[in-house]
Design a protein. Structure first.
Length: 476
């Protein structure tokens, strides 16, 4: 649509969940912009609202429902014409979402995002989509609309029985309207997951692993770099698995070597690395690169071999320690981020103390801890030995207290050093927020930098002069 073309309507957009979901949101925003719709910041008064939801754990589902309810309240007051709910929550709960909230106008599943503009057209026209035939199913999204709420929920259930869309078309993320600042961007290199971790519901929502072809990833990286991206953050459900389904072997090394050649990129950050398929060649590529920063996000989930077996992680204590030691030895200035689940069914006091000792010995620079969430439909939900919520929360607090001391000591060790910082924003006059290579956006800490004038999106040499909790203080 040209700048002087009339808008088909206005809409507001709420994006919830992880960076992978953020890429889906940007893709939907791009589709709506191309189709002629205008994005507004305030949902009140917009023609419609799109909520891209998270359905990973109960806490995220509750947040998604709360936001949806808030938008439906706007609709009841006449402050918006319609509400479209997209993403993981409807994919997870199916037609029951419309039973629960019948005032929702459209439901779009994870792999229906390419049809968001068509759904918006239907909403604006007051039309209900035709029920797809089984033969046509793979080309249509999971959507539902009917003026009568009971019929609407029945339609959603019938559609789900007819088809489960393949994610092939959804892999192309180039037509995006970016939600991140221009100097960093997330690039999703695959969709879905083939792992069978007993606690995880992602395969149920996102399907099996589907690799985005190397040439498509590289082309997208070039477009992002041309748009001003200096930090490229690679995300997936399982980054180290990249390529196995498409090429018959893992191809992350080849992908990284091609991405290193993309002009304009300063940092390439790797997220969601499963601790399998970490070949010596992959380690060498990371260690020898000038653009792949020595920051690895590798969720380990636990260290006790028996707990790992019940989680069905396909690794054990010895292999985990061997990998961590190899990474530390061969990648200079490595920063490791990981996550752990505490209170998994059957986790004993001794097994938890083993995890605490491992954390204290390994001294991860970045770490998150989650109490086990009992997710309906997962294998872990059916295990014996479920622990009280109070025990799970106490163990989380204990492990995070251990980690806090480690993180604070590591931050103190940086005082006096000069580090390159990517400048994200000016938070007040003369004070800027930046990040070192050790800080993923919106996950890790920031560096508060005193300077008269810096340029957002630039790399600046900063002397670290202090620490404020998890953040650092510096002078340009």
């Amino acid at each position: 649509m040209s700048d002087d073309s009339p808008s088909k309507g206005t809409y507001a957009f709420v994006s919830l969940g992880c960076p992978k979901n953020l890429v889906d949101s940007e893709k939907m925003l791009g589709s709506l912009a191309i189709d002629g719709y205008s994005l507004v910041s305030d949902p009140e008064g917009a023609d419609f609202v799109v909520v891209n939801t998270c359905g990973f754990i109960e806490q995220s589902r509750a947040e998604s429902r709360a936001v949806i309810q808030e938008m439906l309240d706007l609709k009841r007051r006449g402050d918006t014409r319609g509400v479209i709910v997209a993403g993981c929550l409807p994919e997870r709960v199916g037609g029951s979402l419309l039973d629960e909230m019948p005032e929702i106008d459209h439901v779009v599943g994870v792999f229906g995002r390419d049809e968001i503009a068509a759904v918006a057209d239907q909403l604006m026209a007051g039309q209900a989509p035709a029920l797809p035939s089984p033969a046509a199913g793979l080309e249509l999204p999971i959507i539902a609309l009917d003026p009568a709420p009971p019929a609407r929920a029945a339609l959603a259930r019938e559609q789900r029985e007819l088809f489960r869309p393949a994610p092939v078309r959804a892999l192309d993320d180039r037509a995006r309207l970016r939600l991140t600042p221009s100097h960093f961007a997330y690039l999703k290199i695959s969709e879905g997951c083939d792992r069978t971790c007993t606690f995880c519901s992602i395969p149920k929502m996102r399907g099996k692993h589907v690799t985005k072809p190397i040439e498509m990833v590289v082309e997208e990286a070039r477009e992002l770099a041309a748009d001003g991206c200096r930090e490229l953050i690679l995300v997936a459900q399982d980054t180290t698995y990249y390529g196995l389904d498409l090429y018959g072997e893992v191809r992350l090394v080849e992908l990284l070597r091609q991405l290193e050649q993309v002009d304009g990129l300063d940092w390439i950050r790797l997220m969601y690395l499963y601790p399998i398929h970490f070949t010596d060649e992959l380690i060498d590529v990371i260690a020898g690169s000038e653009r792949i920063i020595p920051y690895l996000d590798m969720p380990l989930q636990h260290i006790n071999s028996q707990v790992l077996k019940r989680m069905q992680r396909r690794v054990n204590r010895d292999k985990t320690i061997e990998l961590v030691e190899k990474l530390r030895a061969r990648i200079s200035n490595l920063v490791l981020r990981t996550t752990f689940v505490v209170g998994f069914p059957g986790e004993t006091d001794e097994q938890f103390e083993e995890l605490r000792a491992f954390v204290r010995d390994t001294r991860f620079e970045r770490m998150g801890v989650f109490p086990f969430s009992r997710e309906p439909g997962t294998a872990a939900d059916r295990l014996d030995g479920h622990l009280p919520e109070a025990v799970k929360e106490q163990r989380r607090d204990q492990l995070m207290a251990d980690q806090q001391a480690i993180a604070f000591a590591w931050g103190d060790s940086l005082i006096g050093y000069e580090l390159d910082c990517l400048i994200d924003d000016e938070v007040e006059e003369g004070v800027w927020a930046g990040r070192t290579f050790a800080d993923a956006p919106e996950i890790d800490g920031t560096v508060l930098i005193e300077a008269d004038e810096l340029e957002v999106g630039s790399l600046a040499a900063v002397e670290i002069v202090g620490r404020q909790d998890y953040d650092l203080v510096g002078r340009a």
